[in-house]
Design a protein around this ligand. Structure first.
Ligand SMILES: Cc1cc2nc3c(=O)[nH]c(=O)nc-3n(C[C@H](O)[C@H](O)[C@H](O)COP(=O)(O)OP(=O)(O)OC[C@H]3O[C@@H](n4cnc5c(N)ncnc54)[C@H](O)[C@@H]3O)c2cc1C
Length: 282
């Protein structure tokens, strides 16, 4: 099947993108790597009169360090997160998470901002953003820029707190202290599939970030588990706290209780691995 007809726009500045989004409202959609949007258009699961291609906006590409933060501009390709040594050094969880996303062809085109804005609850980057305490930067037509914490950004399946005329311009990942440990674990039916359940975990002295994915309508921040870890609980006890109030979806691939069991094992494994990483780092 082919997509329904649409008007194609290729602006070159953030200002122009926001102008087009404001002008066409609900009839316009941002096109980044196209790895989620294009299949949905081609299968006619969705249609838009106007596609606003952001690939020519130079200000949306690249990354840099700023005041203890790694700023990743929205249209930066996922493969950059996978391959760049500076990314792995600054935010190891991004480098660890990226190979788990689809296949390399998808990561070659798919963007960091596209994955975050698409807000699939089984995606890796939203959980990484929540676990690390990242902020998302949004630009609007008047030129205003606002920042939201990842906790506030993700509000439901494929739904974020961004307004229809707002453009995600960057994700700001805090660079955690040197003596930190990180791990991401997931189970998928086949390599490259979205995860049935997964967890992103970051720990350092006096701080923990644990976020589950594939088990709710958004990434699920496991605050009880974070507190248990800070109180000195072992990995098994932390894992138990992470799933105690979990209410995962059931589908043809896994029941809710299977997802819960998988999640508990994954948290235990991730916490163990992150602790080991912290020990080696320190
Ligand atoms: C076979 C297959 C397997 C996959 N497996 C995984 C997986 O395991 N894990 C995973 O996380 N992902 C997976 N993906 C999805 C992939 O990571 C996509 O690249 C990603 O979800 C969307 O990024 P994109 O740049 O391609 O965005 P697009 O497809 O261009 O856009 C996706 C959505 O985000 C919006 N958007 C994009 N950029 C912005 C912006 N800057 N501001 C506001 N809105 C924006 C678009 O309007 C659209 O609604 C898979 C995809 C395929 C086809």
């Amino acid at each position: 099947m082919k997509p329904a007809p649409f008007e194609y726009h290729a602006p070159e500045t953030i200002h122009e993108v926001c102008g087009l989004l404001a002008e066409h409202g609900d009839e316009a959609k941002v096109l980044a790597g196209g790895q989620s949007l294009v299949p949905m258009l081609a299968l006619r699961l969705t249609r838009f009169e106007h596609l606003v291609d952001v690939n020519r906006v130079a200000a949306l590409s690249g990354f840099g360090r700023e005041n203890g933060t790694l700023v990743v501009r929205a249209c930066t390709r996922q493969r950059v997160m996978e391959r760049d040594a500076a990314i792995a050094a600054a935010v190891p969880l991004l480098a660890q998470a990226t190979p788990l996303i689809g296949h390399f062809q998808i990561r070659n085109r798919g963007t960091v901002g596209g994955s975050l804005a698409h807000a699939d609850p089984a995606s890796e980057y939203p959980a990484v953003a929540v676990a690390l305490g990242a902020e998302l930067e949004l630009a609007s037509p008047g030129g205003a820029v606002r920042r939201l914490t990842a906790d506030d950004f993700f509000v439901g399946t494929w739904t974020t707190a961004a307004e229809p005329d707002e453009l995600l311009v960057a994700a700001r990942f805090p660079v955690w202290p040197a003596r930190s440990g990180f791990a991401i674990e997931e189970v998928a039916r086949r390599h490259g599939d979205f995860a049935l359940a997964g967890v992103a975990c970051a720990i350092t002295d006096g701080r923990a970030g644990i976020a589950l994915f594939g088990v709710g309508s958004t990434p699920v921040r496991a605050r009880d588990a974070e507190e248990a870890w800070l109180a000195g609980a072992g990995a098994a006890e932390v894992a138990e706290s992470a799933v105690r109030d979990l209410d995962p979806p059931a589908d043809v691939h896994a029941t809710a209780s299977t997802r819960t069991r998988i999640a508990r094992h994954l948290v235990e494994r991730a916490v163990t691995r992150a602790q080991e990483g912290q020990r080696v780092a320190g």
